[in-house]
Design a protein around this ligand. Sequence first.
Ligand code: SF4
Length: 205
Amino acid sequence: MVESALKHIRFCEKNDFTDLVISLKSSNAQQMIDANRLLSEKTNYPIHLGVTQAGPLKTGVIKSSIGIGCLLEEGIGNTIRVSLTGNPVEEVVAGWEILKSLDIRHRGRNIISCPTCGRTEVNLSKLVSQVEKATVKLEGPITIAIMGCVVNGPGEAKNADVGVAGGKKCGVIFRKGKIVKRVAEKDIVTELLNEIRKVSKGKKI
Ligand code: SF4
C-alpha cells in the first residue's frame, strides 16, 4: 500500500501536481495503522484516515476508534472518515466522539454515565437515553454526568457542567460543582434539562 501510494505521489509530482491528500485504507485496523505510520515517515502530505468497510455500528465504531484514534494520538492524520453500514448520521456522530475523546475538537454534549451496580436505585439507563435524546442538538461543548448513586456519583457530577447523582428513587442535581436541588426520580430529566439550559445560556436544546 505504501509503495503504491509513493509511486502515485511521484507520478503526480512529476506532472507538477502537489495539491494532494493521501489516504491508505483497509478494513483491517492494524494494517491501516501500520500503513499510515510508515507513510507518515516517508511523506509530508496531509493524510486522510479511515478504516474502510468497518462493518455494522458496534463493530465498525470499535475498529474505527482504534484505527483512527491510535494514529491521531500519535499526531498522524489530518482528516477522518468513519465508515459504517447503516445510517450515515452515525458515522458523523462516531467521528465527533473520536475527536472529543482525544481532546482534539469539542462539539455538542459529552455524556458521562456509570455502568450501574447494586447501589443503583433509579432507572439509570432510561434516564441516560432520555437525556441523550433530548440533548442531541445541543451545540455545547457541555459535559453532563448521569450517575447512579451518592457513593461515587457526586464526584463525577460535581466535575461536570451539569450532573445528577441518583439516590433512593430521587436525584441530587449539580450545576458547576454545586448542589442545586434534590428531586424525585420522575422529575430528574426535566430538572436536569432546566440546568442544562441555564449553562447553555438560553440556547435552544
Ligand atoms: S456510580 Fe454508584 S451506582 Fe454507578 S456504578 Fe458506581 S457505585 Fe454503582
